[in-house]
Each structure stands twice: as structure tokens, then as C-alpha cells.
Design a binder for this molecule. Structure first.
Ligand SMILES: Nc1ncnc2c1ncn2[C@@H]1O[C@H](COP(=O)(O)OP(=O)(O)O)[C@@H](O)[C@H]1O
Ligand SMILES: [Mg+2]
Length: 223
């Protein structure tokens, strides 16, 4: 039932750009599709997002952070993702459980088995059908974001508490993603995120075509 697509990658790798592009294209082709992001995507999740990403929350405990992400994910899965998949729709999600493993696990050194248990509780075991990894060096990604931060930040681009962590942490995250991909390579589509926006969007769209083939398009009335 439905199709669950997630996007992963370092900050600045182009997830917001590419999830939007894929959403627009599938939407234009009359597929039932929604785009959500983590943390957030629900009223309650957006409130959690503000707590987690607030630059002033320097005292946030790593366990607190992990639980807040999981809480936002539980809300998103149960309120939005599962119901939409059950109707046969396509859900595109900007970050999902792999972000927990990469950032809290490999980045902050939390126990991966504990994180997997917590994630299974939060998601009820819902896993993506296909995941896109936007592959950019941690330095290049941060550079992209930092450049925006130092100029006037355009709408939709944010510089948050997690971006502000040190470069070594972001390198551990990138290495963590590599490990996750190697462990489950059939699910992943890895893109060189240094290519142009249009080149990447075309490659992702092409990769998705066999997956969307079984999704029933909306009729003229919208369903
Ligand atoms: N392929 C690309 N080449 C150059 N700049 C890009 C590319 N993709 C995204 N950008 C720019 O890099 C910045 C970060 O992109 P964004 O989509 O917000 O990344 P993310 O959501 O992964 O943090 C934005 O200013 C965006 O316009
Ligand atoms: Mg983004």
C-alpha cells in the first residue's frame, strides 16, 4: 500500500531542494503525494522542532534530544504517514529514522541497538520503501549553509543548533550514513550532491519511476 520515500544527507546536501522538486513533479503528474519533514510535519511535531533546534538550548541533554526526535516521529507516523500510505498515496519525508542512527548514534555515540528499539516503538516498525542519500562532504554541505547564514538567509533556509556542532561531529555523521547504506544497500539511492540541482532531480525522478508505477493516479475530481 502506498509508497514511502525518505531523503537523507548532511545539512546543506539539498534535501529540502530535492524533496520539493520530486513532490512538485509527482504532484503535477496527478499522483497522490504529500511532503513532510522531520522533526515536524504535524502541529505537535512543529512545536517539538522548535524546542530541539533552538540555538539557545545549549544545555539540552542527549537523551532528551533523542526522545524529542522520537516523539515528533511517532506523531508524524501515526497522524500523517500511515493514514496516507493506507489510502495508497506517496509520502516523501525529509529525514526519517536513519537520521537518528546517523546523528544520535554515529554522531553522538549513543547505542545503536537502543536507538533501533526506540525507533521501532516510535514508528511501529514502519520502514521506508526507498531512501535517497544526497552525498556531499560534510565540509562542503556546511559551507553551503554557512554561506547562506552569513548573508541574509533566504526563506526556508535555517541555521540551527545541530548545524552549529563541530566539524568532527558532522564527519562522524557522514561516515555513519556510509555504514547504514552499506548494511542495506538495496533500499538506498546514492546521489552525488555536488551535481547541479536539475541533474540530481532528474536522476532521482528516474530512480523512482518503477516504484511509483503501482501507485494509482488521482482522477480529475481529485480522488
Ligand atoms: N545541487 C546543488 N548545487 C548548489 N547549491 C545547492 C544544490 N542543492 C541545494 N543547493 C543550495 O544549498 C543550500 C542548502 O540546500 P537545502 O536544500 O536547504 O539542503 P538541506 O535541506 O539538505 O539542508 C540552499 O541554499 C540550496 O539552494
Ligand atoms: Mg532542509
Amino acid at each position: 500500500m502506498g509508497l514511502f520515500i525518505t531523503f537523507e544527507g548532511s545539512e546543506g546536501s539539498g534535501k529540502s531542494t530535492q524533496t520539493r522538486a520530486l513532490y512538485e513533479r509527482l504532484h503535477a503528474e496527478n499522483y497522490p503525494v504529500i511532503l513532510v519533514r522531520e522533526p515536524g510535519g504535524t502541529r505537535i511535531g512543529d512545536m517539538i522542532r522548535r524546542i530541539v533546534l533552538d540555538l539557545q538550548h545549549t544545555e539540552m541533554d542527549a537523551t532528551t534530544e533523542t526522545f524529542l526526535f522520537s516523539a515528533a516521529r511517532a506523531q508524524l507516523v501515526n497522524e500523517v504517514i500511515r493514514p496516507y500510505l493506507a489510502q495508497g498515496g506517496i509520502v516523501i519525508c525529509d529525514r526519517y529514522a536513519d537520521s537518528t542512527y546517523a546523528y544520535q548514534g554515529y554522531g553522538l555515540g549513543r547505542d545503536l541497538n537502543e536507538l533501533k528499539t526506540l525507533t521501532a516503538i516510535a514508528t511501529g516498525g514502519l520502514r521506508p520503501d526507498v531512501s535517497v542519500y544526497l552525498d556531499i562532504s560534510a565540509d562542503a554541505g556546511l559551507e553551503r549553509k554557512q554561506r547562506r547564514k552569513n548573508g541574509a538567509l533566504p526563506q526556508g533556509v535555517e541555521w540551527n543548533r545541530l548545524d552549529a556542532r563541530e566539524v568532527a561531529y558532522h564527519r562522524r555523521v557522514a561516515d555513519g550514513y556510509r555504514t547504514l547504506i552499506n548494511e542495506d544497500h538495496e533500499r538506498w539511492f546514492v546521489c552525488d550532491a555536488a551535481q547541479s540541482i536539475d541533474t540530481i532531480a532528474a536522476a532521482i525522478y528516474q530512480h523512482m519511476s518503477p516504484f511509483v508505477a503501482h501507485i494509482q493516479k488521482l482522477d480529475a475530481s481529485g480522488r
